[in-house]
Design a protein around this ligand. Sequence first.
Ligand SMILES: [Zn+2]
Length: 397
Amino acid sequence: MNTAINELIQYGLDCHLIQEDDVDYAVNLLMDLLQMNDFHKEEIISNRKECTPILEKMLNYAVEQGIIEDSIVEKDLFDTRLMNCLMPRPSEVVKTFHEHYLHSPQAATNYFYNLSTYSHYIRKDRTDLNIQFQKYYKYGNIDITINLSKPEKDPKDIAKAKLIKTSGYPKCLLCKENVGFSGDFQLPARQNHRIIPIDLNGAKYYLQYSPYVYYNEHCIVFNEEHISMVINEQTFQHLLSFVEQFPHYMLGSNADLPIVGGSILTHDHFQGGCYEFPIESADVVKTFYFATYPHMKIEILKWPLSTIRVTSANKDEIVRFASQTLQAWKHYSHPSLDIVSHTAETPHNTITPIARMKNQQYQMDLVLRNNRTSEKYPDGIFHPHQNLHHIKKKILV
Ligand SMILES: [Zn+2]
């Protein structure tokens, strides 16, 4: 185990998680977790930026010594504690991010994405298992991803999870209080998780990466408060404020209604990343210019979901148009097409907005959504029907 500690320390130095002055401190933390009482320094000649094989040695040792049980959940909790011994404090990460941002927004996100990978928060050995490819379909190249990175839970762990009485802290997986959280049989360990405060048009949000990496540099931007998802004028302002600060990233919001919305509707958040989704290169069916929006191009896309694209150098124009479209769509019905805006008091119409910078102009796609269900389609009329559920129940626009 002495060698493994030396190797992990060298890894921490190679990846700039720790500095020379941190070495004794980090060694002692690791010794404590591994219940060792002696250590000597060994020369490690390695610049491999990969910690999984070292962590595996430590996990096997911890199982042999009876420190943890041999289950995926216990191992995941323990190797996160091990990585915590190498982690910079949250404030140091924020400070370094801002130093990089002075060079460029890309330098800042590169630093933060690499940190999220080196810290093993993104378990690259697992996300690398995902299969991704493109296939031409009538709307253009579509992305197909087969997610193999989430490990199957051990029945023993599932049984233990049922015995846990949740305290309600943190309130959800997105809350900022997850930073440093030790995790349990229900919630993942997050000692190696870091977040960056971001100002979006005067509102406080945080940037983090998704541990599952569904696409390149898949990030999540979440509200400081645990408040419900909502699509309104501020949403459009926040999305544009983000892409203005990080022009190499796109940012979209899941809709705010069940079925067509995100899996976490209780915490206001957006999803983005350094990625060009197929919708971005969709063909244009029709282009409009309105005198009331003098700088803006309005396009209708050839896309399986009804989508309006607006492009302008003027941010306020886009916000104004998006808000007007949202209000109009919320009350729009077309019964012969099965579009009904309300059932009694329940609203069904909303928008999925996706923002990006395009040739120094702001661009936003407004995807019109309706979450109504029927007897024939209990999982949504305008949603993947049951014959496709073995592939996917949710649509990522
Ligand atoms: Zn929350």
